[in-house]
Design a protein around this ligand. Structure first.
Ligand SMILES: [Zn+2]
Length: 52
C-alpha cells in the first residue's frame, strides 16, 4: 500500500487521493501530484497551475 504524502504547501496530513498519483489537501483546497506540482481547482473542476 502506497503512503499518501503530506501536502507540499502546509505539510499537513489532511490529504486524500484523487487519482493514480494525485492528491487533494482539504486544508489548502489544492491538488498536487507525486512530483509536488500543485494545482488549484477551478469552479468547473479543471486544474490550474498553482502560482503560490
Ligand atoms: Zn495543505
Amino acid at each position: 500500500m502506497l503512503a499518501i504524502p503530506a501536502c507540499p504547501l502546509c505539510g499537513g496530513r489532511s490529504v486524500g487521493r484523487v487519482g493514480v498519483a494525485q492528491y487533494y489537501c482539504w486544508d489548502c483546497f489544492v491538488e498536487f501530484d507525486s512530483q509536488n506540482r500543485v494545482y488549484e481547482v477551478s469552479e468547473d473542476g479543471s486544474l490550474i497551475a498553482y502560482k503560490g
